[in-house]
Design a protein around this ligand. Structure first.
Ligand SMILES: C[S@@+](CC[C@H](N)C(=O)[O-])C[C@H]1O[C@@H](n2cnc3c(N)ncnc32)[C@H](O)[C@@H]1O
Length: 233
């Protein structure tokens, strides 16, 4: 994926992203976020869960580990076959149902089906977050719980690198990681060291740079997201 010839990130690009996506598991803030979300979900005992855009199944895998002996069912959906392929390999368990579905369309589930819905880092990439949230509330039980995480306006990949390596340099040192490949490479090597991991993270950074440039993606301030949530049910 070369950004000299591309100026955005399209649906099919998730298939390429899937091939390097799991490098994110080496980043402490990414792992901590997934663990935090799993903690928010709590025990899944006796519940039906919808995991929206499960990617390569990193959260799904954590949920399985935390709920080893519980009876529950997770429907984990994503529209990328490559993402789902990796997720299925990671989580071969009869309690998980991986389904290919596009959340820009009506969800293939009946009303009020789920006790909980979890969606991490995906709402921003949908055509209409408002319509997507409306669908979430349609399939969520009346007293159900929605756990939603989506990158905010002006999010900075460099700050994730800073957090990963525990740097004491000021935030401004880490900003604008996507401004050029050279800058991205310098910050990645500083956070992860030079070598194979840094090289793989550069591939992830290429995807993230394109994502950050996509004018059609929706990054929200907290109050905008709150307003959207209040409007949706
Ligand atoms: C940044 S990844 C997040 C994956 C996972 N939730 C995580 O936190 O690791 C975004 C995911 O959303 C999926 N996705 C994007 N648009 C989608 C859509 N319209 N319908 C279904 N999945 C979508 C992509 O295939 C990708 O797996």
């Amino acid at each position: 994926m070369k950004d000299e010839v591309k100026d955005g990130f399209e649906g099919k690009d998730w298939e390429e992203y899937a091939k390097c996506y799991d490098v994110l598991n080496f980043l402490v803030p990414y792992r901590e976020l997934q663990e935090k979300i799993a903690g928010e979900l709590g025990s899944l005992s006796g519940q039906k869960i919808l995991e929206v855009a499960c990617g390569t199944g990193n959260l799904t895998e954590i949920l399985l580990k935390r709920n080893k002996r519980n009876e529950f069912a997770i429907w984990a959906i994503d529209f990328s076959e490559e993402m789902l392929k990796r997720a299925r390999q990671k989580c071969p368990d009869g309690r998980i149902h991986f389904i290919r579905a596009d959340i820009n369309e009506r969800l293939p589930f009946s009303d009020n089906l789920f006790d909980k819905i979890v969606s991490v880092n995906t709402l921003y990439a949908t055509h209409s977050p408002e319509l997507v949230l409306r669908e979430f509330f349609r399939v969520l039980e009346n007293n159900g719980r929605l756990i939603l995480e989506t990158p905010k306006t002006g999010y900075e990949n460099g700050l994730i690198l800073k957090e990963h390596c525990g740097s004491r340099k000021p935030d401004k040192y880490w900003l604008d990681a996507h401004s050029s490949r050279e800058r991205e490479r310098q910050l990645i090597s500083e956070a992860l060291g030079v070598g194979n991991l840094g090289e793989q993270m550069m591939t992830v950074a290429e995807c993230n740079r394109l994502i950050s440039k996509n004018a059609e993606f929706h990054f929200f301030h907290r109050d905008e997201l709150r307003a959207l949530l209040e409007k949706a049910p």
